[in-house]
Design a protein around this ligand. Sequence first.
Ligand SMILES: Nc1ncnc2c1ncn2[C@H]1C[C@H](O)[C@@H](COP(=O)(O)OP(=O)(O)O)O1
Ligand SMILES: [Mg+2]
Length: 197
Amino acid sequence: GHADLDKIKDAKIIFVVGGPGSGKGTQCERIVAKYGYTHLSSGDLLRAEVASGSDRGKQLQAIMQKGELVPLDTVLDMIKDAMIAKADVSKGFLIDGYPREVKQGEEFEKKIGKPCLLLYVDAKSETMVKRLLKRGETSGRSDDNEETIKKRLDLYYKATEPVIAFYESRGIVKKVDSELPVDEVFVQVSQAIDSLK
Ligand SMILES: Nc1ncnc2c1ncn2[C@H]1C[C@H](O)[C@@H](COP(=O)(O)OP(=O)(O)O)O1
Ligand SMILES: [Mg+2]
C-alpha cells in the first residue's frame, strides 16, 4: 500500500543495464561492499522463485529456459516487495537487469519511483558470449548455453538497448567500459556513484 511505498520514496534508485554477461552482477557486488546499497537482480529473484518449486516458478522456468522475457507485472511485483522489505536498512537500490524494455521502465516509475542514474555496463558481444560460456561451466544456469545465449543477446539488442536511449534523453546515463578488468571498471562505476548527491 501507500505507507509501504512511502518508505522508499527518498531512496536512491540505480538501474544497472547491460547485455547478458557484461558484468552487471560483478559490479553490483562491488557497489554493495563499498556503498551499502541493496542489490536486487531481477534474474536472481526469478531464479529464487523457480527454486522454490512453486507453480509460478514452474511457469517462469519454462519462459527463462527459452531466453524470453517473463511477464512485466510478475517481475515488477517481485522487485517492489524486495525493495519494501529492505527499505529501513538500505542506502539505495541497485536494480540489476531491469528494465529489459522501455515499457518496463515506464511501469517501474509509475509504481515505484524514478531512477537517479542508469549505469550502462558496456561490453562487446563476443566478450559477453565468451564470459557466459565460461560462467556456464560452473553457474548451473540453464540459460548459460550457446543457443539460449544467442537469443538473449538478440533480445538485448532489440529490446534493452532502446532503454538506454530513452534514459539518455533524460541525461542520467553513465556508460562504463566493461571490456576492462573488473577493478578498472569499478573505478568508473565509483566515479558515477560519487557524482550523485
Ligand atoms: N570486467 C570483467 N572482466 C572479466 N570478466 C568479467 C568482468 N566482469 C564480469 N566478468 C565475468 C564474471 C562472470 O563469470 C561473467 C559474467 O559476469 P556477470 O557479472 O555475471 O554478468 P551479468 O550479471 O551482466 O550477466 O563474466
Ligand atoms: Mg547477473
